[in-house]
Write a protein that binds this ligand. Structure first.
Ligand SMILES: Nc1ncnc2c1ncn2[C@@H]1O[C@H](COP(=O)(O)OP(=O)(O)O)[C@@H](O)[C@H]1O
Ligand SMILES: N[C@@H](CCC(=O)OP(=O)(O)O)C(=O)O
Length: 371
């Protein structure tokens, strides 16, 4: 039975698979599970779809070779495990894909790679060329060099951003659970939610942060966050278990389908909203909140009441309502230390007293995204 046109009509598909679906509980790659996944992806590819795989599992795959019993908490140990595991993982994929005559490529991304304009265009061009060559790109975060400050930490949101970057028609999230439940699936009486029309309407659903197996990172929360990012940008999402991958990708109504809620947005703004670490906060008065939210105006110094944090011109900052709640994120045009003398003053005063250049917007509306 096929009933999901969002799936059957998709030409470019991003599939994300979690650590818990690829590795054994003891740590180490489970070759049978990798083979089963590759069989499904290769069939899609051979049938003419363009497929990008976002695969977790580097850290988990590195545990048993290093004699580690469980996922270490300390970042350097995780990075060492990822360094060992990533090679093993991609080797496994490469061998399995070759059985189907499909070539694997590896793309390791850091947040920095994809928030800087020149870098993300470069990343897009690499994806486009790989897909043109018929390669199946395999993406992971570049765990070995990402510091905690610039680290995504979860591949669910990374997959949503990659889906947007490559202009995918569909995002499929594969986990160890067969879909989104209305409460932790381990608790009695919880039921599967098969369709979500809007993530914002999930009010009562209890979403756990960690998975039962202890190998994954973000639990269900990061998958729902990923679904919000993708569907808000016009990409439908199917969430199900790796065991259901074949059925899900054939369009069968398994798992949870998240319907689109918005349309494609400029890639840079999506990254700005979801992939940057704010370096500070600009607190607005009520009039400036209205201007930014309702009129989509640029943010001027006159409407800012406080500046928090240390940042330089060009860096991302949160823009907050008078009570401190973040309402937008933007790239600021001034260093933090320049701003206090400008606050509350009109552009014409600033130009007259401080000179040309100081009348410019603190955040230009083209560099501002509502949260
Ligand atoms: N409402 C919910 N619906 C489904 N799963 C949930 C829910 N709340 C918590 N979970 C847990 O989230 C886990 C999946 O997250 P995680 O282990 O991080 O997976 P992955 O390694 O695939 O990224 C499931 O195994 C389940 O135990
Ligand atoms: N980049 C890390 C995975 C991070 C992650 O999101 O893991 P998971 O929750 O299993 O999808 C790794 O390869 O181990």
């Amino acid at each position: 039975m096929t009933s999901r046109p969002q799936v059957t009509e998709a030409k470019r598909i991003v599939v994300k698979v979690g650590s818990s679906s690829l590795t054994t509980a003891a740590g180490g790659i489970d070759p049978g599970r990798v083979r089963a996944l590759v069989d499904v992806l290769a069939k899609l590819r051979v049938d003419g779809a363009e497929v990008v795989l976002v695969s977790s599992g580097a850290i988990a795959a590195g545990l048993s070779p290093l004699g580690l019993k469980k996922r270490p908490k300390a970042l350097p140990a995780q990075q060492a495990a990822a360094s060992v595991g990533q090679g093993l993982l991609v080797h496994r994929y490469t061998e399995e894909l070759a059985r189907h005559g499909v070539i694997a490529g590896q793309i390791l991304l850091t947040v920095d790679d994809v928030t800087r304009r020149s870098h993300y265009r470069n990343a897009y061009q690499t994806f486009a060329k790989l897909l043109e060559y018929g390669v199946l790109p395999i993406v992971n975060e570049n765990d070995t060099v990402a510091t905690s400050e610039i680290r995504f930490g979860d591949n669910d949101r990374l997959a949503a951003l990659v889906a947007h970057l490559v202009h995918a028609d569909l995002l499929v999230l594969l986990s160890d659970v067969d879909g989104l439940y209305d409460a932790d699936p381990a608790s009695p009486g919880s039921t599967l939610i098969s369709e979500v029309t809007s993530v914002d309407a999930l009010g009562d659903v209890r979403i756990g942060r960690t998975g039962a197996a202890g190998l994954g990172t973000g639990g269900m929360q990061t998958k729902v966050d990923a679904a919000r990012i993708a569907t808000g940008a016009g990409i439908p999402v199917v969430l199900t278990s790796a065991d259901n991958a074949s059925a899900a990708l054939s369009g069968e109504p398994v798992g949870t389908l998240f319907h689109t809620t918005g349309r494609r947005r400029p890639t840079r703004l999506l990254w700005l909203a979801h992939a940057t670490e704010p370096k500070g906060t600009l607190v607005l008065d009520a009039g400036a909140v209205r201007a930014v939210v309702e009129r989509r105006a640029s943010l001027l110094a006159a409407g800012i009441t406080a500046v928090e944090g240390t940042f330089h011109a060009g860096e991302p900052v949160d823009i907050a309502a008078p009570d401190g709640t973040p309402i937008a994120r933007g790239l600021v045009n001034f260093d933090a230390e320049e701003l206090p003398q400008l606050l509350g003053r009109t552009s014409s005063d600033l130009k007259r007293e401080l000179g040309a250049g100081y009348e410019r917007e603190v955040v230009h509306r083209d560099d501002l995204v509502l949260l």
